[in-house]
Design a protein. Structure first.
Length: 334
């Protein structure tokens, strides 16, 4: 790291105790264990983009015994930890922040749209299997400092505010990356590298090979984006993108108060997003998600309220515990 980067990193660590003690633990752990530990993902991208919020999520990549490291870490700080066998990683969630610990890996895609097969690998191969150059940067945690690993010149693309895919088959391997590209474009206010933009539009048909659960999970993530209006604006300008979302998706967003929208939980956002869709598509969308039966039932009740209000029939809404802001925004949409 140069001095400017080192000073910024120190500022972040001083500001966030959660990240600070994670890195301190990693440095101490390396002294007596044969392991390589890297910071990766959104934290690293946002560090070089100088774009941080108060709450941090942290991703760590491991070369070595990930099970020993993760379990020792959880025991040291008395954190609840969840192991995901699909890609051999661990997730820790608490009031301080979220931590994802993953084994460095390389991936191959047996079929288009499927989840990949994977094998353990070094950090370079791990970075090459990622979606975009701006997300393929690592910071190795050393015993006495840090080392930047940037084989794909992601820092340069951050400086250029450019979204660039890593290889030409990226969207064929995993078409859901199309959703993430659109999301990052709006969130970061970046532009697409010319060939990447072409690949996105040439690969839209590949989404037909992806399960509804995977596609709709990406759509849910988009609903929680702060710049969703920019996402919709981009999709309206590029009409071919409309087909990657449910029918009439977010068609009434202009009628919803902006501050109210961002205060909503995900369940209510799903309701307002699909306000004009038909019952079959709504049920299909809800069925594909990992919502609880209670949440799915509540969304259906909200659609029942909407239907009765639209037809001006008498309805007792007290049992649903709906506030005035909800009703006001719903009336605006109708």
């Amino acid at each position: 790291m140069n001095k400017k980067q080192a000073d910024l990193f120190k500022y972040i660590l001083d500001k966030n105790n959660f990240i600070n003690f994670i890195i301190d633990y990693c440095k101490k752990y390396k002294i007596s264990n044969q392991i390589k530990i890297y910071l990766v993902g959104g934290f690293v991208r946002d560090f070089f983009n100088n774009n941080f919020e108060e709450n941090f999520d942290l991703d760590i990549a491991i070369e070595g015994d990930i099970d020993k490291f993760a379990n020792n870490f959880a025991e040291e700080f008395n954190f609840n930890i969840k192991k995901t066998h699909k890609f051999l990683n661990y997730k820790i969630k608490n009031s301080y922040g979220n931590l994802d610990i993953a084994l460095c890996r390389k991936e191959t895609y047996p079929h288009q749209g499927d989840l990949p097969n994977w094998k353990p690998a070094n950090i370079i191969k791990d970075l090459y299997r990622r979606d975009l150059t701006i997300n393929a940067i690592a910071i190795e945690i050393l015993e006495d400092g840090f080392e930047i690993i940037d084989p794909l010149q992601g820092i340069e693309d951050i400086d250029k505010k450019l979204i660039k895919t890593i290889h030409s088959k990226s969207f064929t391997d995993d078409p859901t990356r199309i959703y993430r590209c659109i999301k990052y474009k709006a969130r970061l206010n970046y532009t697409f590298e010319k060939n990447t933009e072409k690949l996105i539009f040439d690969s839209l048909h590949e989404l037909e090979n992806v399960s509804k659960n995977r596609k709709n999970t990406e759509i849910l993530k988009i609903l929680n984006e702060k710049n969703i209006d920019k996402i919709l604006e981009f999709c309206i300008k590029n009409r071919s993108l409309k087909k990657i979302f449910p029918n009439k998706f977010m068609s009434k967003i202009s009628f919803i108060d902006e501050q109210y929208w961002y205060s909503l939980d995900l369940i209510h956002k799903v309701f307002f997003s699909m306000l004009e869709d038909d019952e079959i598509n709504i049920n299909e969308f809800l069925t594909s998600l990992n919502f609880s039966k209670k949440d799915k039932s509540f969304v259906k009740e909200l659609f029942s309220v909407k239907s009765k209000l639209f037809s001006s029939r008498n309805i007792n809404i007290e049992n649903l515990n709906l506030d005035d802001a909800f009703l006001s925004n719903l009336y605006h949409c109708l």
